[in-house]
Design a protein around this ligand. Structure first.
Ligand code: ADE
Ligand code: ZN
Length: 364
C-alpha cells in the first residue's frame, strides 16, 4: 500500500487517488453499504402490487385487474401520462390512516436495509382528498410511520406535500389551506404529475404563499418538459432543488447556471428509462451531468413501478455507465448535503460516509 492509498481517518473525505485505487469489483458492495439520502420518492409509488391487492381486499375496493400478475404486467409505460394513469388507480385503495402508515412503513423498512439514513418523501394529497379521504388522515398516517422509523429504525424521514400540476392553481391553494392546520407535519412542497402543458408559472401564487410560510420548495421540471420549465421553476417558483432536470443539457447556458449556483438535481435513472425519457440506462446522461459539475443525486422516484429501489438504481446505473468509486462518493455526499436536514445531521452522516469509504480503501 503506497502512502497515497493509506486509509483516511473516518472523518476525512477520501482523496482522489484513494478513490481511484478502489477496484471496480468492490463498487457494488460499496454502493449498497454507503449511507445515502433519498430525496425523490413518491410514497404512493412505493405501493407494491401485493400491498395494493391486500389493501383493496381490506377496504372492499374493486380493482380493474384480476390479479397481482395482471397488474404487474400492465407496468409497460410509453410516457409519463401512461404511468400516472395506473399510479393514480393504484393509490385508490388507500382509505384509512392505517393504510397510509402501512404503505410508508413498507418503504421505510426497505430504506433501512439499503442504508438510506434520511428520506424526504413526496405525497400527493389531492389524489386522496378528491376521493373523499380527509387530508388529516393522509398526513397523520404518513407522519406516524416517519416518526416510528426515527425511533425504531434510526432512519430520519420527512414529508414534502406535492401539488398535482394537471389540476388548477385554485385547487392547489385550497389544498394548502386544508394543510395549514398540519403545517408542522411536513417540511416543504413540490410540484408533480403531468408536466407537458403545465409550466411552473401556473403555480406562482401558491408557491409564493408557501415561501412566505417558510416551507422548503422543490418542483419536477425538465423530466418531459423543456429546459425553460427548469428556469421558471428557479426564477418564478424559487425552488431549492429541481426534481429530474435531465433535459437541462439541451441548454448549455442553463447547465452552466445550475453548476454555478449548485442547484441540486434529483435524478431517477430507472424511472427515466421506464418512462422512455432515455432509450436505455446506457444512454442516460447522468455521467455527463456529473462531469459538468452539477450537484446530482440519485433516487428511485416510484420504485414499485420502475423496477427497483434506490440501491437498484445505483447498481444498474453504475454497471450501464461504467461509473467509478469517485462517482459513488460524490452522489452519496450530494444526496446528504442537498437534503433539508440540519447541518449537524448532515455532518454526522458525511462522517459515516467517509468511514465506509475509508474501510473500502483500507481493504484495498
Ligand atoms: N408522480 C409520481 N411520479 C412522478 C414523476 N416521475 N413525474 C411526475 N409526477 C409524478
Ligand atoms: Zn417524481
Amino acid at each position: 500500500m503506497t502512502a497515497t492509498h493509506l486509509p483516511a481517518a473516518p472523518h476525512v473525505a477520501p482523496s482522489t487517488a484513494a478513490l481511484a485505487a478502489i477496484p471496480p469489483a468492490r463498487i457494488p458492495a460499496l454502493l449498497q453499504a454507503m449511507p445515502k439520502a433519498e430525496l425523490h420518492l413518491h410514497i404512493e409509488g412505493s405501493l407494491e402490487p401485493e400491498r395494493i391487492f391486500a389493501l383493496a381486499q381490506r377496504n372492499g375496493v374493486q380493482l380493474a385487474y384480476p390479479s397481482v400478475e395482471a397488474l404487474r404486467a400492465a407496468y409497460a409505460f410509453t410516457d409519463l401520462q401512461s404511468f400516472l394513469d395506473i399510479y393514480y388507480a393504484g393509490a385508490s385503495v388507500l382509505l384509512t390512516e392505517q393504510d397510509f402508515h402501512d404503505m410508508a412503513w413498507d418503504y421505510l423498512l426497505k430504506a433501512r436495509a439499503e442504508h438510506v439514513v434520511h428520506v424526504e418523501m413526496f405525497f400527493d394529497p389531492q389524489t386522496h382528498t378528491a376521493r373523499g379521504v380527509p387530508f388529516e388522515v393522509v398526513v397523520r398516517g404518513l407522519k406516524s410511520a416517519c416518526d416510528r422509523a426515527e425511533r425504531e429504525l434510526g432512519v430520519s424521514a420527512a414529508l414534502i406535500m406535492c401539488f398535482l400540476r394537471h389540476l388548477s392553481e385554485e385547487d392547489a391553494l385550497q389544498t394548502l389551506d386544508s394543510a395549514l392546520p398540519f403545517r408542522d407535519l411536513f417540511i416543504g412542497v413540490g410540484l408533480d404529475s403531468s408536466e407537458r402543458g403545465h409550466p411552473p408559472e401556473k403555480f406562482a401564487r401558491v408557491f409564493a404563499r408557501c415561501r412566505e410560510l417558510g416551507l422548503h420548495l422543490v418542483a419536477h421540471a425538465g423530466e418531459e418538459g423543456p429546459p425553460a420549465y427548469i428556469e421558471s421553476a428557479l426564477d418564478v417558483l424559487h425552488v431549492e432543488r429541481i426534481d429530474h432536470g435531465v433535459r437541462c443539457v439541451e441548454d448549455p447556458a442553463l447547465v452552466a447556471r445550475l453548476a454555478r449556483e449548485g442547484v441540486p438535481l434529483t435524478v431517477c435513472p430507472l424511472s427515466n428509462v421506464k418512462l422512455c425519457v432515455f432509450a436505455s440506462l446506457g444512454a442516460h446522461n447522468l455521467g455527463s451531468l456529473l462531469q459538468a459539475g452539477l450537484k446530482v443525486t440519485l433516487n428511485s422516484d416510484d420504485p414499485a413501478y420502475f423496477g427497483g429501489y434506490v440501491n437498484q438504481n445505483y447498481l444498474e446505473t453504475f454497471a450501464a455507465l461504467g461509473l467509478d468509486a469517485a462517482a459513488a462518493y460524490t452522489l452519496a455526499r450530494n444526496s446528504l448535503e442537498a437534503s433539508f436536514a440540519s447541518e449537524a445531521h448532515k455532518a454526522a452522516w458525511v462522517a459515516r460516509l467517509n468511514a465506509v469509504f475509508a474501510e473500502a480503501i483500507a481493504a484495498g
